[in-house]
Design a protein around this ligand. Structure first.
Ligand code: CP
Length: 310
């Protein structure tokens, strides 16, 4: 692995993404065994530092750590001494003083994991930093696509919804473009950043044209908690224009893979019947999340590092 930390997929090497995906498939076999545990990270200590809510990412990282036999500690900001005024820097340095090996961090502020690397020597993995990046989600999404199609180069992936506020979208764009996939973004013009095409993606505001074009749709959550700027006239209008509904899909006679990073707003960006259909791989994404995070932890903490790690 070229980089010591996993902070984002911008400029992340294709070879390293491929190594993670290949290793994830090996670990997925471990997850199918009656005893789902290997000793790969025996003796390593990992702290999960979550400053923002999470179900999938936090539990999936914790399970991945346990499956690899690492010692894990969960830190919750709301019950820590941060509430007594301790600074982020002091918190980080006190954790490091307890001889840990890695920190998995989710934080509402873009760049917080990079900031953490300035204060501690442990390996840092970004579990989502505000509207910036969510690299492990993009890696599990690519693992799921690779498993379904057998390749990423030339695959046509549409990312639908609130691109502006989505760390999942940005990490997927970086990762998929690095791996040679074609990416089209679709959503309301108020939720697609200007100049996003500079990242090598296309933008198409017509959802039906996008469905005709795509091999897979990655449907994003409408993030009501980040939606204070009047970006949408109404949820009903969003659903009418961009919702992945049973009725809309039935008008397109084609096989299409449906993905969603979760949590889902059923009946808003996607119909329940679509999310629960055979063409949806949403729960397989969740399982691949454990395998992909096992691969990331194994390669960063147990694997051999290359020259010039930063
Ligand atoms: N996909 C994802 O990041 O979900 P959580 O917010 O539940 O971790």
């Amino acid at each position: 692995m070229k980089h010591r930390h996993l902070l984002g997929l911008k400029d992340y090497p294709a070879d390293d993404i491929k190594s993670i995906i290949d290793t994830a498939f090996s670990f997925k076999e471990v997850l199918e065994r009656p005893i789902k545990k290997v000793p790969s990270l025996n003796g390593k200590t990992i702290v999960n530092l979550f400053f923002e809510n999470s179900t999938r990412t936090r539990i999936s990282f914790e399970l991945a750590q346990k499956r690899l036999s690492a010692d894990t500690v969960n830190f919750s900001a709301s019950t820590s001494s941060l509430k007594k005024g301790e600074t982020f820097k002091d918190t980080a340095q006190n954790l490091e003083a307890m001889k840990i090996d890695a920190v998995v961090m989710r934080h509402p502020t873009p760049g917080a994991p990079l900031h953490l690397t300035k204060h501690i020597d442990s390996i840092v993995i970004n579990a989502g930093d505000g509207t910036h990046e969510h690299p492990t989600q993009a890696i599990l999404d690519m693992t799921s696509l690779y498993e379904k199609f057998g390749y990423l180069k030339g695959l046509k992936i549409a990312i639908i919804g609130d691109i502006s506020h989505s760390r999942v979208a940005l990490s997927n764009i970086y990762g998929l473009k690095t791996m040679g996939a074609e990416v089209t973004l679709c959503g309301p013009s108020t939720l697609i950043p200007p100049f996003i095409e500079d990242l090598g993606v296309k933008v198409n505001y017509n959802i039906d044209e996008v469905i005709d074009w795509a091999d897979a749709l990655n449907v994003l959550r409408i993030q009501r908690e980040r939606m204070h700027g009047g970006f949408l006239p109404s949820i009903r209008e969003y659903r009418n224009l961009f919702g992945i509904t049973t009725e809309r899909l039935s008008q397109h006679k084609k096989e299409l893979v449906i993905m969603h990073p979760g949590p889902i707003n059923r009946g808003v960006e996607i119909d329940s019947a679509v999310a629960d259909s055979d063409q949806a791989i949403i729960l397989n994404q969740v399982l691949n999340g454990v395998a992909s995070r096992m691969a990331i932890l194994y390669l960063l903490l147990g694997g051999k590092l290359g020259e010039g790690n930063d």
